[in-house]
Ligand binder design. Structure first.
Ligand code: DON
Length: 304
């Protein structure tokens, strides 16, 4: 497979979509990012790198960091985690409150905000130095010791995070948050604020594409079965109420974030990361979705 040629072709074919969609502005700092950027980076399991565009510029991972939080929670809690959240697609927006109300404070899955806020609570109660240990893990995965939080972005989100505060309050009311809400939200926003480039993000997802190798990064160990199950949840829940559309058009497990990033994997083949800040109505990157659709069409490879 000539991934290099395909990445070049896909990149060029996406350029006409550069002005479609709107970048997130409900987190004030994200509105300041130059919306014209677009990067695409694919890393194969055998160590080859194929990239085009802004692949070395860091951006805000936002919800993509929920995959790392899930990996840490499963390594700490194993299946006990599923007593506090489900693993079903929500069919709702990532920040929806309504389902959480009628399902009595049990989030549908770990990748909606409610699920990730519960994961923040789990990590605060099980780790002795949560921020430091989370960073050690994501640095080890990404292969870069300078990957870090952007505290200004976290602060900017916290300053107008009324909806997440409402979610946290509802969770607390139902007994699904043990710790202090303010502290849980602070850690949740910090995890969302991690920044990586497409190259670093693809690197960080490569271990998820390779469940046949031991998963042991920065103090976090997972079994092969746990890695495959994280991928299964990405497949069904990684794109909120657009998970079906992504599965239909792309056919790979993946995860998006409102910073405009998408990471996806083809198990036992490659990890790929895209970034372009303009989002569609569901909060997923327009160019990123298009790029991954074209990638799996051109390679004629998907998990199906
Ligand atoms: O909590 C939020 O709303 C953001 N920190 C993360 C949301 C997000 O990335 C949803 N992804 N598409």
């Amino acid at each position: 497979m000539d991934y290099g040629q395909i990445i070049d072709k896909v990149y060029t074919a996406c350029l006409p979509f550069a002005n479609e969609g709107r970048q997130a502005d409900y987190i004030p700092m994200l509105a300041e990012v130059d919306a014209k950027q677009f990067g695409l980076c694919l890393l194969t399991l055998d160590g080859n790198v194929y990239e085009q565009g802004n692949t070395r510029t860091r951006f805000s991972l936002q919800s993509i960091s929920k995959v790392f939080a899930l990996a840490m929670c499963l390594s700490q809690e194993a299946d006990r985690l599923w007593q506090r959240m489900g693993k079903e697609p929500s069919g709702n927006a990532f920040n929806s409150l309504v389902q959480l109300e009628y399902e009595h404070g049990i989030p549908r899955n770990p990748f909606i905000n409610a699920g990730a806020i519960v994961m923040a609570d789990v990590l605060l109660s099980t780790l002795s130095r949560p921020e430091e240990q989370f960073l050690t893990f994501v640095r080890s995965l990404s292969g870069s010791s300078t990957v870090g939080f952007n505290r200004r972005v976290a602060q900017s989100e916290q300053s107008c995070g009324y909806l997440n505060a409402a979610i946290a309050n509802l969770l607390k009311y139902h007994g699904n948050i043990r710790g202090d809400i303010t502290r849980v939200l602070e850690f949740y926003f910090l995890m969302c604020s991690v920044e990586m480039s497409c190259h670093e993000l693809a690197h960080a997802f490569l271990p998820f594409a390779n469940h046949r190798q031991p998963f042991n990064y920065g103090g976090v160990s997972l079994t092969s079965s746990q890695v495959k199950r994280i991928n299964a949840i990405m497949q069904t829940c990684g794109f909120y109420d657009e998970a079906g559309e992504f599965s239909y058009r792309v056919g790979l497990p993946g995860k998006s974030g409102v910073g405009g990033g998408i990471a996806a994997i083809h198990p036992l083949h490659y990890a790929v990361a895209t970034w372009s800040p303009r989002l569609n109505i569901k909060g997923n990157s327009v160019m990123g979705m298009k790029a991954l659709e074209l990638l799996t069409s051109e390679t004629e490879e998907s998990i199906f």
